[in-house]
Design a protein around this ligand. Structure first.
Ligand SMILES: CCC/C=C/C(=O)SCCNC(=O)CCNC(=O)[C@H](O)C(C)(C)COP(=O)([O-])OP(=O)([O-])OC[C@H]1O[C@@H](n2cnc3c(N)ncnc32)[C@H](O)[C@@H]1OP(=O)([O-])[O-]
Length: 393
């Protein structure tokens, strides 16, 4: 074991990367598509440089993955002869490269850049973040870090934690800071009796100078950024669903790693009722998770799920009795937070990286459709009905 570790020491692996001449050869560089799948040659080269600056040894498994992705990105699928049984090191490297099969060079470059980025992010010093136990100053959230857990609590209980424009921006900021802080896990939960009632419908009543088209465009850009932050979040993200969840707060659960719910929670996405369409990548994650028929019942016909049903369909990991929910869930989360930080972040990265680019594409497509929907008569009528019903109360 010790011998293998030495042979796979970071220095050795980095030397392999640096010794590979492909990217120092201008004629080969020309063959690399400038921005294949959103990753430029510069991104790739920068990632390569960052690799040599890592302070912590990421472990043999990750180093083999890095090696394999580099070879695939620069030389394509492995076609070299298999090393002999006793040539352990070269055989392990060959196996890792071979295991990538026919993954394209562009895809390998993209996965290489994401993997290095997550390693670098995991080593970032905790700056601009709340110190353990400290509660930071947000208007719509409570954000605290304690016991190696950063907790983001949606904090507009009087409005059932409906998400205003300010709150979207604050959640993005809180997640960006949680990604960099010293915590091992990040938890999102709600204060009061609701987890979240989704998009705050008053967002649609604040029309900027550019008119309703500008409002739809701005809202689309904000939503794109918001969902993107969840797609790219590098650490394990846990939802502690303390009560009913509606709309965008439900769809995004497909991007969480683990979701614990009280038995009192319900889950529904009234998109068609509001003349809108699915977001949060749910048009992809829900059918994948629960099958097309069950996903359609939720996303097309607004079916409300109980916590138990949501658990059966894979949207929720586990349901707890309401009376012991907080105690049981937090005991478990605190125990998970004792696990090694880098190992958790890297394992998440491995689980998620294969579809990250696809999720970004889905996000873009959903936002494009929603921006159209927000300008439709169907949507405007539905929003007006909500406020008229309120006015009659
Ligand atoms: C951007 C991407 C696309 C997004 C998609 C989505 O999320 S689609 C999903 C979009 N979401 C929806 O369609 C849900 C709309 N909301 C509801 O259907 C119900 O409020 C409820 C079932 C959540 C709770 O019913 P309940 O009888 O238990 O409580 P209550 O009704 O008395 O509420 C207390 C106060 O909170 C207020 N408030 C609550 N939610 C919102 C909101 N989203 N907005 C604004 N305000 C909201 C409510 O007006 C009231 O204010 P008041 O009068 O005290 O000044």
């Amino acid at each position: 074991m010790a011998a293998a570790f030495k042979l796979f020491s970071p220095g050795r692996l980095f030397r392999i990367s640096r010794a590979t001449k492909v990217f120092s050869c201008p004629s080969v560089q020309l063959h690399v598509t400038a921005s294949a799948m959103g990753i430029s040659v510069e991104d790739f080269n920068t990632a390569k440089q960052k690799l040599s600056l890592l302070k912590n040894d990421p472990g043999n498994e990750v180093k083999l993955k890095i090696y394999a992705l580099f070879k695939q990105a620069t030389q394509g699928p492995c076609n070299t002869p298999k090393p002999g049984m006793l040539d352990f090191i070269n055989k392990a490297k060959w196996d890792a490269w071979k295991s990538l099969g026919s993954v394209s060079q562009a895809k390998a470059r993209q996965q290489y850049v994401h993997l290095i980025s997550s390693l670098v992010a995991a080593e970032q010093p905790a700056s601009e973040v709340a110190q353990p136990g400290e509660v930071s100053s947000y208007q719509t959230l409570l954000v605290s870090t304690a016991d190696k857990i950063t907790t983001i609590t949606l904090n507009r209980p009087q409005k059932k934690n409906a998400i205003t424009v300010e709150m979207y921006n604050e959640i993005i900021k809180a997640l960006e800071q949680a990604a960099k802080d010293d915590s091992v896990l990040t938890v999102v939960t709600g204060s009061g009796d609701y987890y979240c009632s989704g998009n705050d419908l008053t967002n649609f009543t604040k029309i900027p100078e550019g008119g309703i088209e500008q409002m739809a465009k701005d809202a689309g850009e904000l939503l794109r950024q918001y969902v993107k932050t969840f797609i790219d979040f590098p650490k394990p993200l846990i939802g502690v669903i303390n009560g009913p969840a509606v709309g965008v707060s439900v769809t995004l659960l497909g991007l969480f790693d683990v979701v614990y719910a009280t038995e009192r929670a319900t889950f529904h996405t009234p998109f068609s009722q509001l003349g809108q369409s699915p977001e949060g990548c749910s048009s992809y994650t829900f059918p994948k998770m629960m099958g097309a028929a069950k996903a359609s019942e939720m996303l097309l016909f607004n079916k409300k799920l109980t916590a138990t049903q949501a658990c059966e369909l894979g949207l929720v990991t586990e349901v707890f009795p309401d009376s012991s929910f907080q105690t049981e869930v937090w005991t478990r989360i605190k125990a998970y937070a004792q696990l090694p930080r880098n190992s958790l972040a890297l394992s998440k990265q491995l689980i998620r990286s294969t579809e990250r680019e696809h999720l970004h594409t889905v996000n873009d497509r959903e936002v494009e459709r929603l921006v159209e929907r927000w300008l439709s008569d169907e949507c405007m009528q539905a929003i007006m009905s909500f406020f008229q019903a309120k006015a009659k109360l």
